[in-house]
Design a protein around this ligand. Structure first.
Ligand code: HGY
Ligand code: MN
Ligand code: MN
Length: 409
């Protein structure tokens, strides 16, 4: 039993969804459950309902689109990813996995093939963690790694609690039935752009993901004293910005990895009161650490704490852990099915390790889980120039359809 996905329909849907939060630079700015993301969810719901699929929403805003199976009591075979983007993000990160899954459901539906297990396309809420930190929030709550209460209480950069946005989503999707958190899956497959250069450099169409590195997200808050920038002599100053900059520079030296395996990023930095003539009294910055080895992440965590303490003077500084996720590996039936489907379709493929974090990280312990990557141009992602080709997108979606069909039958 095989089905053939419709590559034109799939590409056109990517271009349709890219309208929600479209930026002048050709990317998307569609933060978790902001106006554009809500509109995108409504558009996905309309497509799904038009196909006769059912909608389900859980308490943290994850959306499930369901095609019934012969035995509705069997757990669903699930595929999907996220719809939210980074600020000035790309048109393919996340949404490719959602649309590939939706295309798989529609192709299977139109082929008339009945599967034993139900099939579901999942749209995880707040994968990017830009508006509400940390990322992968919807999947973390669904899998039990994060409490629902903690997630709903998270306040966005704009001062709005996630709870209010989830309520707005529920009001926007009155057709959606309630889905209890943690409802079991038979299997999970996530398709995603690689967000790196390896597949394109190798001329390979499909990456069979072997695992995903761990990450650690820390917030450093430096507290000094606001003073007059004209009258306050240096010897009396407690300049939070200068202390923060000293700390960041010391961290760059202390965390320097000659082998270039560790990923150390300071992607957010704020000072207060951020005024021309006031010595900054507060400075905060976010640290994003990634490494395949958990022990190495823990060693780096200790280095951060020690380095901050050593360089904070004359200010005070604290280090707060925002999230951590251990490295995971993908073994078993889903990875094998992806491999087999690529061979059968004679699509060039190779194993690949994921430097980026994805929602599927929380599921290897809960159900057979696997991921596939397709190339993205010049390895660029989290950038308006992010691009994946129609043929690679079609190849990835075809493998999703083949794997879902196999696992659900
Ligand atoms: O940060 C990540 O790795 C993901 O792309 N949001
Ligand atoms: Mn993503
Ligand atoms: Mn991303």
């Amino acid at each position: 039993m095989t089905v053939t996905i419709d590559s034109d329909r799939l590409w056109n849907r990517h271009m349709e969804l890219a309208r929600f939060g479209a930026t002048a630079g050709g990317g998307v700015w569609r933060l978790a459950l902001d106006g554009s993301d809500l509109e995108a969810h409504r558009a996905l719901a309309d497509i799904a309902l038009g196909l006769g699929f059912k909608l389900f929403l859980d308490d943290v805003g994850n959306l499930f689109i369901r095609r019934e199976g012969l035995d509705p009591l069997l757990p669903p075979v699930v595929s999907g990813s996220h719809c939210d983007s980074q600020p000035n993000g790309g048109r393919f990160d996340g949404i490719f996995g959602v649309l590939a899954a939706l295309e798989a459901l529609q192709s299977i539906q139109q082929s008339g093939v009945q599967t034993r297990h139900p099939l579901e396309c999942v749209v995880w809420n707040n994968e990017e963690g830009s508006r509400f930190a940390p990322g992968c929030m919807g999947s973390a709550v669904y899998s039990g790694v994060m409490s629902l209460e903690q997630a709903l209480a998270t306040i966005g950069d704009d001062g709005v609690p996630l709870r209010d946005c989830v309520r707005a989503l529920r009001e926007l999707l009155p057709e959606a039935e309630h889905r209890p958190l943690g409802t079991p899956f038979a299997a999970l497959i996530e398709a995603h752009i690689e967000q790196g250069p390896e597949l394109e450099e190798g001329g390979i169409t499909l990456g069979v993901v072997t695992g995903m590195q761990g990450n650690l997200r820390l917030m450093v808050d430096v507290t000094g004293r606001e003073d007059h920038s004209g009258t306050t002599p240096r010897r009396r100053r407690k300049d939070a910005f200068f202390s923060a900059v000293t700390i960041v520079q010391a961290l760059r030296e202390a965390l320097h990895d000659e082998k270039d395996v560790l990923r150390f990023t300071v992607g957010r930095f704020s000072i207060s009161p951020n005024a021309w003539s006031v010595v900054p009294g507060r400075a905060s910055f976010a640290i994003d650490l990634r490494h395949p080895d958990q022990a190495e992440l823990e060693r780096c965590h200790a280095i951060v704490i020690e380095t901050v303490a050593r360089h904070a003077a004359p200010c005070e500084a604290t280090v707060t852990q925002k999230s951590s996720a251990i490295p995971v590996s993908f073994e078993g039936p889903v990875r094998d099915a992806i491999q087999r489907a690529a061979q059968l379709r004679q699509i060039s493929h190779r194993s690949i390790y994921s430097g980026a974090g994805h929602d599927s990280r929380y599921f290897p312990g809960l159900c057979p889980t696997g991921m596939l990557f397709i190339p993205c141009k010049d390895g660029i992602s989290h950038n308006e120039a992010e691009y994946a080709s129609p043929s690679d997108i079609a190849a990835g979606a075809q493998i999703v359809a083949d794997v879902m069909l196999e696992l659900a039958s």
